[in-house]
Design a protein around this ligand. Structure first.
Ligand code: SAH
Ligand code: SF4
Ligand code: F3S
Length: 479
């Protein structure tokens, strides 16, 4: 399933999962079962970046004699690839560690490691706070895992949370886990140099760096050769991608990279995420327009519709700039280009009028989809240091509910606009609800369900849509 570069616990209002039950957005790596000596079990929390990193970790540890397993009970090594984006994300991981602790009492030899953003944020403090943890490894230190595991095997506890200015894992071929064999993610950059005042990512992921363009195109080509039909280029801010060859003869920006990946094959769809409104250029939009296989869909997080709040958030654009970018998208790519957003309600000092500005921005844009959150203060961020988290939780939640309700309406309107039209759908698999139906996505990233007939996974099928819900289009294949 293609997901934007986002955390998925967007329904912050949703009830917590019952004990021993994993939250819906947690991913457990698939089993490899190739007869290696030891077994690795990884759970990945947070965003697609973590899911992709877990594939790199699996690849590094495969070479060290570890197969992956989906069963905690079978594991010799348990790794949690963690997220720090909101407090709730960290609480979930702590609860999970308690459950794993109970399991470890039955299996004393079990090794437990914490990877990812929470490892980076808490560093060796993790070892003090959570006695069960043997290993703490930050996002730029995964190459060091074999050495660290040896230390743990020798009875020590091991930590490496060094951030790097260069590491992109460009040469490591990820072990594709949980893959449908049709759609894949390619990490094109790491880290983030923006300092949005609410955000912990620059602290947990380090400085922005772009991966070698040739290795990205090569990965896309390899995936296509293996039968994949869609790649999503991933980065916190893809529009600031920039790479220069060592001899200085080649310079590639994001528009250039998009073009190179689009040229791999007209049969390979290309998506990307996330676009920062301050950096998305007309050049990128024209490149999207030029290539049919670059999908007509942009995830363009606004965060707020109010210029004063945007300034406090340090997003470096205002409402007018944002609306100008949306106008450019509509002008260059047309009305039906899918646009989605992230919104935060109840940021420090946000007034009721400013909240209304967010709702009015949503009315103007009519997003196809949104990830919506209430503000959660993160230690160490600019906002935590300089601003007061002064909006009461019930107000934050009420504003969030208003944003979610409005988005529901807009998602439905956007779906209805798709009814009566023919959509080119890339089939990703059988529908979850019915064996007789296939499920795929159209260019605008909407899920389309239609009767199976003789079609199969990986086919491009023209589907006439006759019905919809806010999230799904229903139709029939046409010639
Ligand atoms: N790089 C992406 C966002 C990555 S984080 C971008 O710039 O758009 C994913 C989303 O989590 C953010 O867009 C934001 O909406 C939300 N988020 C980040 N920090 C948050 C916080 N402290 N409280 C609530 N939501 C937050
Ligand atoms: Fe966080 Fe802003 Fe960077 Fe996105 S662009 S990861 S919100 S600092
Ligand atoms: Fe992703 Fe969460 Fe880190 S959203 S970058 S895993 S803080």
């Amino acid at each position: 399933m293609s997901q934007p570069l986002l955390t998925l616990d967007f329904l912050d209002n949703a009830p917590a999962p019952a004990a021993n039950q994993l939250p819906a957005d947690v991913r457990v790596t698939e089993a490899t079962n190739t007869g290696r000596q030891r077994r690795l079990y990884i759970e990945s929390y947070g965003c697609q970046m973590n899911y992709s990193d877990s594939e790199i970790v699996s690849s590094i540890l495969y070479d060290e004699g570890f197969d992956t397993t989906t069963e905690l009970a079978e594991a010799d090594l348990v790794l949690l690839n963690t997220c720090s984006i909101r407090e709730k994300a960290e609480i979930t991981v702590r609860q999970r560690l308690q459950q794993i602790n109970a399991h470890k009492r039955k299996r004393p030899g079990l090794l437990v490691g914490v990877l990812g953003c929470m490892a980076e944020r808490l560093k060796s403090k993790f070892l003090e706070e959570e006695q069960i943890v043997d290993l703490v490894v930050g996002p730029d230190a995964y190459r060091d895992l074999p050495r660290l595991i040896k230390e743990v095997d020798n009875g020590q506890r091991a930590v490496n949370v060094l951030l790097s200015r260069e590491e992109t894992y460009a040469d490591i071929t990820p072990v594709r886990l949980n893959s449908n064999g049709i759609t894949a993610f390619i990490s094109i950059m790491r880290g983030c140099d923006n300092m949005c005042s609410f955000c912990v990512v620059p602290f947990t992921r380090g400085r922005e760096r772009s991966r070698d363009a040739h290795s990205i195109v090569q990965e896309a080509q390899d995936l296509f050769n293996k039968g994949f039909k869609e790649v999503t280029l991933l980065g916190q801010n893809v529009d600031s991608y920039k790479w220069q060859s060592e001899d200085g003869s080649e310079f590639v920006n994001f528009a250039g990279l998009l073009e190179r990946v689009a040229l791999v094959s007209p049969e390979l769809r290309v998506r990307f995420s996330t676009s920062h409104p301050k950096d998305i250029t007309d050049e990128v939009l024209y490149t999207m327009a030029k290539y049919d296989n670059v999908c007509n869909y942009i995830h363009l997080p606004a965060q707020s519709g109010d210029s004063r709040v945007l300034k406090l958030m340090n997003r470096t654009y205002d409402r007018e700039w944002y609306l100008d970018r949306v106008a450019a998208i509509r002008r260059i790519l047309g009305e039906d280009c899918g646009i989605s957003t992230d919104m935060i309600t109840g940021f420090c000092s946000e007034t009721e009028e400013e909240h209304q500005q967010t709702l009015s921005l949503m009315e103007l844009v009519k997003y196809d989809m949104a990830y919506m959150f209430y503000y959660s203060e993160r230690p160490g961020t600019l906002a935590a240091r300089k601003l007061q988290d002064d909006i009461a939780l019930d107000v934050k939640k009420r504003r969030l509910t208003e944003v979610i309700d409005l988005q529901q309406k807009h998602s439905l309107i956007r779906s209805q606009q798709a009814v009566g039209k023919v959509h080119r759908v890339l089939v990703e698999g059988v529908s979850k609800r019915s064996e007789e139906h296939l499920s795929g996505r159209n260019d605008q990233n909407k899920v389309v369900i239609f009767p199976r007939q003789h079609f199969k996974k990986g086919d491009y099928v023209n589907v006439l849509v006759h019905e919809c819900t806010s999230t799904t289009l229903l139709g029939n294949a046409v010639a």
